[in-house]
Design a protein around this ligand. Sequence first.
Ligand SMILES: Cc1cc2nc3c(=O)[nH]c(=O)nc-3n(C[C@H](O)[C@H](O)[C@H](O)COP(=O)(O)O)c2cc1C
Length: 315
Amino acid sequence: MKLVAFSAGRRNGNTEIYIKEALMAAEKKGVEVELYRLTDYDIHNCSACFAGAFCPADTDIEKCRYKDDAPFLAEAFLNSDGVIIGAPVYSLTANSLFFAFRDRVFGPRMDIASPMVGMPAAAFIKGRYKHRPAGLISVGGCLHEHWTGFSLSNLFTALIPTQCEVVDHLNVYGIAEMNAAAVSEKWLEKARRLGENVADAILSGDNSWRGGDRGTCPVCHLNYIEVIPGTDDVLCPLCGIYGKISVRDGAVTVEWPDTPECRGENRFTVEGKIFHLKDIQKCMEEFAPFREEAKQKAQKYRDYTSCIVKPPSKG
Ligand SMILES: Cc1cc2nc3c(=O)[nH]c(=O)nc-3n(C[C@H](O)[C@H](O)[C@H](O)COP(=O)(O)O)c2cc1C
């Protein structure tokens, strides 16, 4: 059984230290481990260069215009039984290296629901769809946790299409300088536990939540709530589930009814992904009669190039 980890942090940096602490703990449990330092790999960002609605590389990853290490990293993921993803926080989000990795390796091409709605399955996956357990590690340098705002939720977004199940996540803050992670026993201990939790899930096949704090949302176990103005309805913007908010005895309470209306769009379920893909199909169907008209009307914008500043590197 193999656990693979992807680090978007500095070489030998803080993210890498926490990931290695987790991997050492997992190895002790008897799983094989591998670490991919994304800084070592050549990963071009996705530039959505395709003309139609879908990228040809979604069915054959080698068809991407960028000949880099993304297919190799996709293979590493597909050959694993569990995954840890870690990234440092840059300006409240995960860093840009993580996003390039997410868009090139994951995204629609890893969507396990595509074949269920008649979309072509990615041939390179070759039957390697599985519900892998996952752990997420975000590392921020500021002493106040709110400076890590969106980073853990960003890490989740890589895994949505794959149907990985996050069994633990760790939001480290206040760890800034090189090596600082190595002396923070509080966070190291949590990283060890995260490694053990992912290993236990791999070995038992039970991907239920093993992290401590259950958070406000029962799906992602984070505390994001989007209010829907003028109602008492709330949405978890990461998962896409709906609930009702109230204040009881001075404390905010959210109830998350387990009904199709409230949970049907949960993108962490196969049903939620099918809902989303049908939504895309409907969007395309509705647009189809306007395609030619849109092309003609867009010509005006294509022709307006006098405002564009060319990069000096391109003359
Ligand atoms: C461009 C840049 C932006 C950053 N922005 C934040 C931030 O918004 N919040 C935060 O907590 N830390 C921020 N940091 C600090 C890093 O998250 C911190 O140093 C972390 O330990 C780096 O992890 P690494 O050693 O694995 O690369 C930023 C660092 C850089 C280089």
